[in-house]
Design a protein around this ligand. Structure first.
Ligand code: DOR
Ligand code: ZN
Length: 410
């Protein structure tokens, strides 16, 4: 048993508490405690971040990232849980590919992790959810919704409709033409398309405008936006380092999304961490889409809080609470029965983000020079993992088997 003392985010505010942890799980939260050794945590203590949308490239494309570097990047950015996408070089579509991915990851993860399967004719009960690609993106997967087996669990949708993308096919030469070739109407059309199938547990990934967020919400789906669609747009001089699917939109669309950051219609902010090498990004038209972001997601949103762009309760909700609920994992809250994942934050410790100082294998960030607030300390299930910019633990992340997770979902 271990006791932590500090200013914890509990039920909507920071409260001075003693948190008793046993076997990595919060057993008690108390106002007073005497007689046993206490570990004091400085700063404001948040639940560990939960990023339900990352692409760690392992196995198959480990020159871009592997589970070791991806999870190290996560933990330095205050994210203690990730859910990894199935568009690996060999797509994760069934139990055989799923188990082989799990075996490859082995004990190399610094953070706890769930794994998605691509929706297919096969069901993988251990998968955290099924991923649906309505249009081709990196990896080229497209899901035929008429030819899949469905489970009563999370379904994350890449909402760009292939038919619409085909109608707009032209050469990509810069961020503006990439947006013109994959317009917002393809996103709106995809949301309406999936609605026709009357499936449960639909979560629409990386929405790029408040209009598409509102549409998805009105149809009963949970919604996700990304730091890049909130903070970057297609008039920035970042060339292929901003090439991503769905695309960065024009400035007015981005600013409107940012202005609505506190909206009830936004459930989750995920990074969609999708690293590619600097070399692959050299020539715009050939560059693969995707950008890294797992390490900068929590820091950017805390910096946005510092600037008054988001409330603290909304930040905790989108970064920690809602992704945990949607993935039905025992994370995201500092409360009895939840995993003791904590991050300690100095809320005024604003830093300039610098790609070289980050831990992803790819070595760059589209948020170069942006302000971020990084955690001073990170604990996973009661064990210290990061202290003042140094890793303190061996990789100790565990696989979150969907069959074993406690359903705490809303
Ligand atoms: O830009 C993207 N990159 N969009 C995706 O859907 C996939 C991702 C990747 O895996 O690189
Ligand atoms: Zn993605």
């Amino acid at each position: 048993m271990e006791v932590f003392h500090g200013l914890f985010y509990i039920s909507g505010e920071f409260r001075e508490k003693y948190v008793v942890v046993e076997n990595g799980i919060i057993k008690e939260v108390k106002n007073e405690l005497s007689g046993i050794g206490v570990t004091s945590i400085p700063g404001h203590i948040f639940p560990g971040g939960v990023d339900m949308h990352v692409h760690f490239r392992d196995p198959g494309e480990t020159e871009k990232e592997d589970f070791g570097t991806g999870s190290l990047s996560a933990i330095f950015g205050g994210t203690t849980t990730v859910c990894d996408m199935p568009n690996n070089k060999v797509a994760i579509t069934d139990t055989a590919t799923f188990n082989s991915k799990l075996a490859t990851i082995g004990s190399r993860s610094f953070v706890d992790y769930g794994l998605y399967q691509a929706a297919s004719k096969s069901i993988v009960p251990e998968a955290i959810g099924q991923k649906i690609f309505l249009g081709k993106s990196t990896g080229g997967l497209v899901t035929d919704l008429d030819d899949c087996e469905w489970q009563n669990k999370l379904k994350v949708v890449h909402a760009e409709l292939q038919e619409c993308l085909d109608n707009n096919k032209r050469e990509d030469s810069d961020l503006v033409s990439h947006d013109v070739n994959r317009p917002l109407e393809c996103e709106l059309g995809a949301i309406e398309h999936v609605f026709k199938y009357n499936l449960s547990g639909i979560h629409i990934a990386h929405l790029t405008s408040i209009r598409s967020v509102e549409l998805a919400k009105s149809l009963g789906f949970t919604t996700e936006v990304t730091p890049h669609n909130l903070l970057l747009n297609n008039s920035l001089p970042i060339t292929s380092f901003g090439k991503v699917n769905p695309p960065l939109r024009k400035r007015s669309v981005q600013e409107e999304l940012l202005k609505n950051l506190n909206s009830k219609s936004i459930d989750v902010i995920s990074s969609d961490h999708a690293p590619h090498t600097i070399r692959e990004k050299e020539v715009f038209k050939d560059a693969p889409s995707g950008l890294p972001g797992v390490e900068t997601r929590v820091p950017l949103i805390l910096a946005a809080y510092n600037k008054g762009l988001i409330s603290i309760s909304k930040a905790v909700s989108v970064l920690m609470e809602r992704p945990s609920e949607i993935c039905k994992i025992n994370k995201g809250y500092i409360a009895v029965g939840y995993d003791a994942d904590f991050i300690s934050i100095g809320l005024k410790k604003v830093k300039k983000i610098n790609g070289e100082g980050l831990h992803s294998e790819c070595g760059w960030t589209p948020f170069e020079g942006f302000e971020g607030i990084f955690p001073d300390l990170v604990y996973i299930r009661g064990e210290m993992a990061v202290q003042e910019g140094e890793i303190e633990s061996k990789p100790m992340g565990v696989f979150l088997n969907a069959k074993e997770q406690r359903a705490k979902s809303s």
